[in-house]
Design a protein around this ligand. Structure first.
Ligand SMILES: [Cu+2]
Length: 450
C-alpha cells in the first residue's frame, strides 16, 4: 500500500482511485495555535489548510481526498478520517503507523460523501481540539440553492487532558458532581466551556443568512465526552442524514446527538428579518453552546451559556427508533453474529470491551460476509460506539427491533444493548471503540481484522 516518495513525502494511497482526477493535493498543517475561550488564551491544536487558512477540508464531487499532512505539533500524532472508508493503512488508527514530529505524508483515497470529520487518534490530543470538519459534497448538494453552514461542537477544559484522565483514575466512587439521572452516570468530566465553531455563547459565531434563506446545517459532535440535545428553538428542520448517510427525512426541532455523530439539517428560514440560535445543550447539565443564524438586519440578543434547565439522559431517547436509512439495505441474512460486552466501573476508571465468549480480539472476519454485532452494555453509563472503516445499520436498541438509520457511531444505552449489521467489504485492522475519549484511553476498544 505504501508507494514512492515525492517532494510531498511518502505517498500512501489506494489503488481504487484510478477513475478520479489526480490533481494537486491540499496541504494541511497540523499546528498548535492559541484561541480565546471565556476571555482567556487557550493553546490548542488545529488542522489548517495552507493558502486558504480554512480549518478542515471540503471535497467537491468527482474529487478524491488528496491531502498532504504536515505535522508541526512537535508530537507524534495520527489523523483519523472519521466516516471515510479508506483501506486500513490510510485510516489513521492506532493499528497503523503514526505521524512523527515534523513528518510530511500524502493521503489519497476515494471519498465517501457526507458530513464527516477528521481528528487525532493519538493519546488525548482530541481534547485539545485536534479535530476539524471533513465534508464531501454530492453533486445534488452543490447544485442546490442552499447556504451550507458547518457547526462543530466541542467540550473544552483549561486543565490538560492528561490531568483530567489522572483525576478520573483516582476516583474511588461515583463522583457527586456530573449529572446523574435514573441511577445512571451521564458525565464524568467537568468542563470549563462548550464550544460551537470554537466560540461560547458569550461571543457566539453569527452566521449571516438571507431573508427566507435556505440552509443546509451540517452538525458535528466533536466533543470528547459530551452528548448534546440539539435545540433549534422556534425553528424546525428536516433531518436528512445521520453520520453522513441519507435517512428518511424527519421533522425535528429538538433531538439528541451522541459524541462523534453528525446530522444534516435542511432549514427554510421564516420570512423577514430575524436571528435564530442553533443550540446544543449538554446532557445532564444546564450548559449550552451554539451559533446564531441571523439576517443582515436581524438583532442578535444575548443568550446565556447556562440554559437554566437541565437536559435529562439521552442514551435511550426513543428519537433514534424513529430514524430509518433512506437507502434500504438488502435483506440478506447475516452470516454470523459477534456479541460484545461493554464493561467498566467508575472506581479506578476501568473500561473495556470484549467478546461474550471471552475473546479480546482482534476478531477475525471474512471478506464479503455480513455480520451482526450485538453490543451489551454492562455498565451504568451510555457509550457511543464507533466502528472504523465501515458504516452499519442499526437493527435494535434495548431489544426493540427496527430497520434503523445507517451510522458509524451508535449510542448503546446504559445497562442496555444495541444490534447493528454491516458488510465486510473493506479489509484491514479496524477498531470498534467508545468515542468517549477517556473511555477509549482506558481500554474500551477492540479490533476486527480481515
Ligand atoms: Cu464509553
Amino acid at each position: 500500500m505504501r508507494g514512492h516518495d515525492d517532494e510531498n513525502g511518502p505517498v500512501i494511497e489506494t489503488t481504487t482511485v484510478a477513475d478520479l482526477d489526480v490533481g494537486e493535493p491540499t496541504h494541511i498543517d497540523i499546528v498548535t495555535r492559541t484561541i480565546e475561550v471565556l476571555g482567556r488564551p487557550a493553546e490548542v491544536f488545529g488542522l489548517v489548510q495552507q493558502g486558504s487558512g480554512a480549518h478542515g477540508l471540503v471535497v467537491d464531487p468527482g474529487e478524491m481526498i488528496d491531502v498532504v499532512l504536515h505535522n508541526h505539533t512537535g508530537e507524534v500524532t495520527q489523523v483519523h478520517w472519521h466516516g471515510q472508508e479508506p483501506p486500513g493503512p490510510l485510516d489513521g488508527n492506532p493499528y497503523y503507523s503514526a505521524l512523527a514530529p515534523d513528518s510530511v505524508s500524502r493521503w489519497r483515497y476515494a471519498p465517501r460523501t457526507g458530513t464527516h470529520w477528521m481528528h487525532s487518534h493519538s493519546g488525548l490530543q482530541e481534547q485539545r481540539l485536534l479535530a476539524a470538519p471533513l465534508i464531501v459534497r454530492t453533486a445534488d448538494e452543490v447544485a442546490e440553492d442552499r447556504q451550507e453552514v458547518v457547526v462543530m461542537l466541542h467540550d473544552f477544559s483549561f486543565t490538560p487532558p492528561e490531568e483530567i484522565l489522572a483525576r478520573l483514575q483516582e476516583t474511588e466512587e461515583m463522583p457527586e458532581a456530573g449529572g446523574h439521572g435514573g441511577g445512571h452516570d451521564l458525565n464524568d468530566v467537568e468542563y470549563d466551556a462548550f464550544l460551537a465553531n470554537e466560540h461560547t455563547l458569550d461571543d457566539p459565531e453569527v452566521v449571516r443568512v438571507e431573508k427566507s434563506g435556505r440552509v443546509r446545517l451540517r452538525l458535528i459532535n466533536a466533543a470528547t465526552a459530551t452528548n448534546f440535545l440539539i435545540d433549534l428553538g422556534e425553528l424546525s428542520a428536516w433531518l436528512v442524514a445521520t453520520d453522513g448517510n441519507a435517512c428518511v427525512p424527519v421533522r425535528v426541532s429538538r433531538f439528541p446527538m451522541a459524541i462523534a455523530q453528525r446530522a444534516d439539517l435542511l432549514i427554510n428560514l421564516p420570512a423577514g428579518a430575524g436571528a435564530w440560535p442553533i443550540l446544543a445543550r449538554r446532557e445532564g447539565g444546564t450548559e449550552r453552546t451554539g451559533v446564531i443564524l441571523a439576517t443582515g438586519d436581524g438583532t442578535v440578543g444575548k443568550i446565556s451559556s447556562d440554559g437554566g434547565e437541565a437536559v435529562g439522559p439521552l442514551g435511550d431517547d426513543p428519537f433514534e427508533l424513529g430514524l430509518k436509512s433512506a437507502i434500504p439495505w438488502s435483506e440478506r441474512p447475516a452470516d454470523r453474529r459477534v456479541v460484545l460486552n461493554l464493561t467498566g466501573e467508575m472506581a479506578g476508571y476501568i473500561w473495556g470491551v470484549e467478546e461474550a465468549n471471552g475473546g479480546t480480539g482482534p476478531i477475525k472476519l471474512n471478506q464479503g460476509e455480513r455480520i451482526e454485532i450485538e453490543i451489551r452494555n454492562q455498565t451504568g453509563m451510555a457509550h457511543p460506539m464507533h466502528f472504523h472503516g465501515h458504516h452499519f445499520q442499526e437493527l435494535a436498541i434495548n431489544g426493540r427491533s427496527f430497520l434503523g438509520p445507517t451510522r458509524d457511531c451508535v449510542m448503546v444505552p446504559a445497562s442496555g444493548s444495541a444490534l447493528i449489521r454491516c458488510d465486510c467489504e473493506n479489509p484491514g485492522l479496524w477498531p470498534l471503540h467508545c468515542h468517549i475519549l477517556y473511555h477509549a484511553g482506558a481500554g474500551m476498544s477492540i479490533g476486527f481484522e480481515y
